[in-house]
Design a protein around this ligand. Structure first.
Ligand code: GLN
Length: 268
């Protein structure tokens, strides 16, 4: 337990529309890992109907179907874009999965050629091939965390964490960076990631983590969950937080079971 009473605010962006393939597990994981350490995590939502919403320390948007992405983008553009940009500039933490990740880029062109202009915050663009059924990036995915980000994870996590991330992907969109200012979250060892050519996955850019990993991402990757919590506490309280270790053998067993299943890890 920490000496002072710590708390964080978590904002779930469009939980009704942008929440598929178990993305809600990310919310539960952050909540539990905070609570187990005596840190209060207050959860609020931004919905299509919200006009008056609370500021947060951590913002999260999950994945969504193309049609729901259209609805959400209209609403983002009309009433929430400026607010989110200000929060990003104030160094709040953002976790964006799949459709959420795509919406923060320049644009998303779906398999019918329909164009959604994204928020233009991340220099990337996404285009789905015309055969949305057969050309999907679909299945288990394993990545090796980019060395730059792994250093930060090691400092934050305290003990030696896994250098891998495991998850499940299901997307038509193929994402490419439009300039070289971005660093991927990891290198793809199994699966597709951002697209079927480059073998890179997601992005970790300043205070934004974008990823194609559902499944969900954080329950099976506790080191990434703790990176987000540690960063949010540091941003709020102005000191570097080394998080207390938790009894999380089950979570690590789940992580390792997938690494073994995918042939990345041969032993315990
Ligand atoms: N609709 C988007 C695509 O197919 C996002 C899918 C998702 O969020 N899983 O690329």
């Amino acid at each position: 337990m920490y000496k002072e009473k710590l708390s964080l605010k978590f904002v779930h962006l469009y939980p009704d529309e942008m929440n598929i393939y178990g993305d809600m597990g990310n919310v539960l994981t952050l909540k539990r890992r905070c609570e187990w350490r005596g840190i209060r995590l207050e959860i609020s939502k931004v919905t299509l109907e919200s006009n008056d919403f609370k500021k947060g320390d951590i913002y999260f948007m999950g994945g969504g179907q193309d049609n729901d992405m259209y609805k959400v983008f209209e609403d983002l553009k009309n009433s929430k874009k400026d607010f989110l940009k200000e929060e990003l500039e104030s160094k709040k933490q953002f976790l964006l999965i799949c459709g959420g990740f795509q919406l923060f880029g320049n644009h998303f062109i779906d398999f019918q050629g329909r164009n959604i202009n994204g928020l233009g915050i991340l220099p990337l663009e996404t285009k789905a091939p015309s055969d949305n059924l057969h050309d999907r990036c679909l299945g288990n995915i394993v990545t090796e965390i980019h060395s730059k980000h792994f250093e930060e994870i090691k400092n934050n996590y305290g003990e030696k964490p896994s250098k891998y991330l495991v998850g499940f992907e299901n997307h038509g969109g193929q994402t490419y960076y439009t300039d070289n200012s971005l660093t991927p979250l990891g290198k793809v060892l199994v699966g597709s990631g951002n697209n079927s050519k480059e073998k890179i996955e997601g992005v970790l850019h300043e205070n934004i983590i974008g990823s194609y990993m559902h499944g969900s991402l954080l329950p099976k990757n506790p080191h990434l969950a703790d990176l987000i919590i540690g960063r949010a506490l540091t941003q709020k309280y102005g000191e570097e937080f080394k998080l207390e270790p938790l009894e999380d053998k089950i979570e690590w067993d789940a992580h390792k079971a997938i690494l073994r299943k995918m042939g990345i890890l041969n032993t315990d």
